[in-house]
Write a protein that binds this ligand. Structure first.
Ligand code: EPU
Length: 338
């Protein structure tokens, strides 16, 4: 498809903020990917690859090229008696992939149900929820190198996955366009229900020996109760990451705030729920003009309708300052600010 000029982005970001792209190129088949890019993009303006727009905050117009990946296709690459390797094109909706796996009884993605976004974006921030991260099921990906103009395969170790992190957010930011991802799924799944809230929901649903569909349904119910649907209220999921502090700092904070929650990590550090810190600073349900903090999950910033990206960013900055002043903990953004 030919590029378009001066394109509105409101429908292309789940915050629903108004911004425009100078050029937008919509890529819908894999074959023409390289050709399309090389034919139109000369490299003299910045380039941004957009999946579902569910983890991005536009703070103004984008004076460059936005490439929209809409390639479709999910299929089995190979299988043995216990596993199946499923390949999905980058433009597939993440939740359609989860549904594909559930419908066939393949386990591994059920805890990641209802996460907005596209398959191609999932490795970039190593999406995760309820005790499972995308990297646990990741096998490999194919990506197009925009500088070298050739395709490259990345195995798991090449991606340097971390908590909501990968090499594509760091050293290789903006250099590769992910075209497809391969996941290794289980034919005889074992479910992960270690998260207290998931076990609770299963009890409530009167499920005693849960299968992957039961877990998916329980998690979908939790998410729809706690997290706002971007179609109703603009948002991009968690705005911040959960900060990690040292065991010593945690022990000192615990003296002052006995109810501060924390999850011990193998190295002795402690992960603190940012939602608790934000809640404690009084921001839950807070609203400033059109930008706000969600009433049930304070880690989620929302657009009440006409907020600009700058309004939302400013609110995020006030939250960061308040948490820093009160707890001496620095919050890092999870959402990508452009
Ligand atoms: N909490 C409060 N007040 C609240 C809500 C939560 O104090 O109003 C505290 C509680 O201590 C609670 C804790 O926050 O136990 C954790 O809350 P929750 O289980 O909702 O998870 P989270 O740590 O806030 C993370 C992910 C979510 C993911 C959930 C479930 C990050 C940045 N966020 O949130 O991911 O859905 O766990 O696994 O790691 C996303 O990345 O966009 C996202 C939504």
């Amino acid at each position: 498809m030919k590029p378009r000029e001066n394109v509105p982005l409101k429908e292309l970001n789940t915050f629903g903020v108004d911004a425009r792209a100078r050029y937008l190129l919509d890529i819908d088949t894999c074959e023409n990917l390289a050709g399309c890019l090389e034919g139109y993009y000369s490299g003299n303006l910045p380039l941004l690859i957009l999946g579902g727009g569910s983890n991005i905050l536009f703070t103004g117009d984008y004076h460059g090229w936005i490439v929209l990946v809409n390639t479709k296709g999910i299929g089995i690459l190979k299988e043995d008696s216990s596993h199946v390797w499923v390949r999905a094109e980058a433009g597939e909706v993440w939740d359609d992939l989860v549904e594909y796996a559930l419908a066939r009884g393949y386990g591994g993605l059920e805890n990641l149900i209802c996460i907005p976004g596209k398959v191609g974006a999932s490795p970039i921030q190593n999406i995760g929820a309820y005790g499972v991260e995308m990297k646990d099921r990741f096998h490999s990906l194919q990506a197009y190198d925009i500088h070298e103009k050739k395709t490259r395969t990345f195995l798991k170790e090449d991606c340097r996955f971390g908590y909501r992190d990968s090499i594509f957010k760091r050293e290789l930011q903006g250099r590769f366009l992910i075209t497809s991802v391969v996941f290794k799924l289980d034919k005889h799944p074992r479910v992960h229900t270690s998260y207290g809230i998931v076990a609770e929901q299963l009890r409530e649903n009167k499920v005693s020996d849960p299968g992957i569909r039961d877990v998916a349904e329980a998690i979908a119910a939790i998410r729809s109760r706690k997290l706002p649907d971007p179609d109703d209220l603009g948002n991009a999921g968690s705005f911040f990451k959960n900060p990690v502090i040292s065991g010593g700092v945690y022990a000192r904070l615990k003296l002052q705030y006995p109810d501060i929650p924390g999850y011990r990590l193998p190295a002795g550090d402690v992960k603190i729920p940012a939602a608790w810190l934000i809640d404690r600073c009084g921001f839950k349900g807070f609203r400033k003009g059109e930008a706000g903090v969600h009433e049930f999950q304070p880690l989620v910033l929302v657009n009440h309708g006409k907020a600009t990206g700058r309004d939302i960013l400013a609110l995020g900055d006030s939250i960061r300052s308040a948490v820093w002043e009160r707890f001496g903990i620095r919050l890092d953004r999870e959402v990508w600010v452009v």
